[in-house]
Design a protein. Structure first.
Length: 278
């Protein structure tokens, strides 16, 4: 289920997104802080949505005006208005809204609305998280690049991909991401923030289960990732399976990160020897 959420207040948007995620753990959730950003994303991706949770009182374009535009773009999208006021109910239902939630939003209220949608949600083929390790490190979901809010968050994910499911300690990650820096409480706090950011990003795509955290170790579940590097090690060098030929190793591996040179050397030797095993 593809769900969009819009609220101009950051705290309210975070709270709404969290309630939706609890009510629909497998949902593909896209939060937006303005109507302009939401519409730009819809028009850029060309994809519709199943459910939209919309704050009514937003600057620039109100939730009502936004809903009218969303009806034009996706006539069978379910609109659910979220507000602290009741005077907008008549306008909301003139737009054939699916539902109406009063703030503060609760998980129970979201669950109730999702159980009683106006338009049935058609099942979508679950998009795959695809990782490109050969060349520059890039991540794609549903065929589109995944945006990471911080460059170090992306690098953290790259390193975990490189580890292929092996757990990494906090100390190890600090030595990689903050090369030459001491392991201090401040750095550890920054790392915990990066881990949270990574998990939030993946959860927003419905891919939170990729990250495995046990005690002091963090890793990825390789079985949940479609990665050219993993395919190569498994012996799949065919050009048609992933990224239109990016399976093929051409002497470049995670070129954006210097720490990847160790794996690059191993790949180069393996290619030279004609080996395909892991």
């Amino acid at each position: 289920m593809r769900i969009i959420a819009a609220d101009d207040e950051a705290l309210m948007l975070d709270m709404l997104t969290d309630r939706i995620r609890q009510a629909c753990p497998q949902g593909e959730i896209h939060p937006f802080s303005s109507a302009r950003r939401l519409l730009a994303w819809l028009e850029e991706t060309g994809e519709g949505f199943d459910v939209a949770f919309l704050d009514i009182e937003m600057p620039g374009m109100s939730g009502i005006a936004l809903a009218q535009r969303l009806k034009e773009l996706c006539p069978r999208g379910n609109l659910i208005f979220v507000t602290g006021f009741s005077q907008y109910m008549a306008e909301a239902f003139q737009l054939h809204a699916s539902g109406y939630i009063r703030k503060p939003v609760t998980v129970k209220a979201v669950e109730e609305e999702l159980r009683n949608l106006r338009y049935p949600v058609q099942e979508r083929a679950a998009p795959t998280l695809r990782v490109q390790a050969f060349g520059n490190f890039e991540v794609f979901y549903g065929g589109r690049p995944v945006h990471f809010s911080r460059s170090r968050t992306k690098e953290l994910f790259a390193y975990l991909i490189d580890r292929r499911g092996a757990g990494s300690t906090m100390g190890e990650l600090i030595s990689i991401l903050w090369e030459g820096r001491l392991d201090t409480p401040s750095i550890r706090s920054q790392l915990r923030s990066l881990i949270t950011d990574l998990r939030t990003t993946l959860q927003g795509l419905g891919q939170g289960a990729i990250i495995i955290k046990k005690r002091d170790l963090i890793a990825v579940d390789p079985e949940r990732v479609d990665c050219d590097y993993y395919r190569f090690l498994a012996g799949d060098r065919s050009p048609g399976n992933l990224f239109r030929g990016a399976n093929a190793f051409r002497g470049e591996y995670m070129s954006n990160y210097s720490w990847a040179e160790t794996t690059l050397g191993a790949l180069t030797r393996k290619e030279g020897q004609g080996e395909t095993g892991s």
